[in-house]
Write a protein that binds this ligand. Structure first.
Ligand code: GLY
Length: 573
């Protein structure tokens, strides 16, 4: 999200969020209240950014589909109900754990078109051309979402695609009710959407809360996909219309790019933390590696004893985050293009050594960890959903258009927004992208290369059994939000909803500052950290992450954690 003025921030913090913050404040002030429980169900659950998508996924589970069938339906339902980040024109990552313990990961990240090259966003003097990787057709990477859902269905699906897509198509035709939060989002981004797309778009209508938006063009596109499979998107009518649309606006994607796109099965990153086994996304996402680094660095410290969100706990996590994000910036990129020293990066010896200069007495300045200069801008524009089916299969998916409504380019003929994922590459070493992340050579642009991501869809096992499914949007803060939710449950004994509701903080090496959700941490905690040399900001972002998670309770029931910072909802049975 862009840096907001304080007045805009106040508007964005909803009534529900204020309630959440007051609740958290009361907890911190010692007025003990009964733990807040999320939805608890006996068998199965879907938690996503919109009730319509969670319900469609849950209905698929109810009629006998498995978690993978529900993934197909939920992913595409989010493309209808949550155009802010749900998508046909973007990409994502899925981590799964089957009931028998088999684990895996799918990378359906966008990739650079064949015509892409290292300097494509630089002018003749070698300077980054402002906006070229952010807005309009030039920012668009080859979309991966449709290939992703078909790869999942082909390998694990049990119900026919026709049945999975029908409720999604019906939703698009019937329409989706605009929520209060959605009205605010549309209003905020509308000027840019109109500037990029033109004013003869569906979005030129001034949508208000409780209006119903029908997506008939999207329903047509989904019907072609329903009838022709992935070719209904990557070949034929849809592909030709998409390429004509993008090329008329200066884009690079060709019919060959679309025809060649493949989702890739990857081995997830796995590591232990106490008696937990964490399964998370591997490169080209940095999520799993960074999460592993932070948790392994923190494991030697007694976070439970220090207390939840105490100055000591915050210090340990901030110092581990600082070191992990410095490594992210240097080492990580698409593993099909660059060598990543994975084993070393997550080895205990290496990580203990990284923390060897940490002292509780004072902050370690980021300059002494590494060098560079980064300006961070928080983003909420990705979306995450978690699913557990009645057999115990679990999937964790994070999907995105990158920016809010992606490149702001909406193809009215096909009914969806296009991503601006090309901005996740390092256009020029040392120049920050929209998240303020600076990359090195490892994340330079090359034809058909995948851009580095922070998405961290994660599954946690405890004593060999499924324990938690968790993930969130939030750009560079995704990793630290996932981290805090795992720790809230494991170290501090919280339930899933309670864990999700807690205020969050974030540090990413540079800028050397702790971001905190506004008005949610006690002044004594902040003072204690400031006294040790930490800089704190509460002005960067109204919220950090929007976590959608599921916890398996000791009696085998499922508890949902649906983030009240958004319209997120758990549905199950
Ligand atoms: N586009 C945000 C991410 O992949 O991290």
């Amino acid at each position: 999200m862009r840096i907001q003025s304080p007045i805009t921030l106040l508007r964005i913090i909803s009534y529900r969020h204020l309630l959440l913050l007051s609740f958290s404040f009361l907890m911190l002030a010692g007025c003990k209240k009964a733990p807040e429980r999320g939805l608890v169900t006996e068998k199965a659950m879907v938690v996503s950014a919109r009730v319509e998508a969670s319900k469609i996924g849950s209905d698929i589970l109810k009629k006998g589909g498995n978690a993978f069938d529900a993934m197909v339906a939920t992913e595409l339902a989010l493309a209808v109900a949550y155009p802010y980040a749900g998508n046909l024109g973007g990409g994502g990552f899925m981590v799964y754990r089957k009931a028998d313990g088999e684990i895996g990961a799918l990378d359906y990240r966008e990739k650079a078109p064949l015509a892409a090259h290292k300097d494509m966003y630089l002018d003749s003097l070698g300077n980054v051309i402002p906006g070229k990787s952010l807005y309009g057709a030039t920012a668009v990477g080859v979309p991966g979402t449709v290939a992703g859902v078909f790869a999942v269905h082909e390998r694990f699906g049990s119900l026919p695609i026709k049945e999975l897509l029908q409720p999604v198509i019906d939703l698009a035709r019937k329409g989706v009710v605009v929520t209060e939060k959605q009205e605010k989002r549309i209003k905020e981004y509308l000027p840019k959407i109109l500037e990029v797309t033109g004013d003869s778009t569906l979005w030129a209508t001034e949508f208000k809360t409780n209006d119903v938006i029908q997506y008939n063009a999207l329903a047509e596109t989904l019907t072609r996909i329903q009838e022709e499979g992935r070719n209904g998107f990557y070949e034929g009518e849809t592909a030709q219309k998409l390429v004509d649309f993008l090329q008329a606006r200066g884009g690079y994607i060709t019919v060959e790019d679309l025809a060649k796109y493949e989702a890739k099965w990857r081995d997830p990153v796995t590591f232990s933390y106490d008696d937990l086994r964490i399964i998370s996304m591997s490169p080209p996402s940095s999520g799993g590696v960074c999460l592993a680094q932070i948790m392994k660095m923190a494991e030697s410290y007694d976070l439970h004893k220090y207390g939840h969100n105490s100055p000591e706990s915050i210090q340990v996590l901030v110092e581990a985050e600082r070191r992990a994000y410095a490594d992210r910036s240097h080492f990580l990129g698409d593993p099909d293009f660059v060598y990543i020293p994975m084993e070393e990066l997550v080895s205990k010896g290496y990580l203990d050594n990284r923390m060897s200069d940490f002292s509780f007495d004072k902050a370690t300045p980021s300059e002494s960890i590494s060098h560079g200069s980064v300006e961070v801008v928080e983003s909420m524009e990705t979306t995450h959903y978690s699913i557990v089916d009645s057999e115990g299969n679990a999937i964790s998916v994070t999907t995105t258009l990158n920016g809010a409504y992606g490149s702001k380019l909406y193809c009215d003929e096909l009914g969806f927004f296009l991503n601006n994922e090309m901005d996740d590459f390092s256009a020029k070493p040392g120049v920050p992208n929209m998240f303020g992340l600076v990359g090195a050579e490892a994340n330079a642009i090359a034809p058909e290369k995948r851009m580095l991501s922070s998405m961290t869809p994660t599954i946690v096992e405890k004593e060999g059994k499924l324990f938690m499914v968790v993930g969130t949007p939030g750009g560079s803060t995704i990793i630290t939000s996932v981290l805090q939710n795992i720790l809230n449950v494991h170290e501090y004994g919280m339930g899933m909803q309670e864990a999700v509701n807690q205020p969050r903080f974030h540090h990413q090496w540079l800028p050397d500052v702790i971001m905190m959700e506004p008005n949610s941490f006690p002044q004594e905690t902040k003072d204690a950290l400031i006294a040790k040399g930490y800089e704190i900001t509460e002005e960067r972002t109204p919220v950090i992450g929007k976590v959608d998670a599921i916890l398996v309770l000791p009696d085998g029931k499922l508890e949902g954690g649906a983030d009240p910072r958004g319209d997120d909802t758990a549905v199950g049975f």
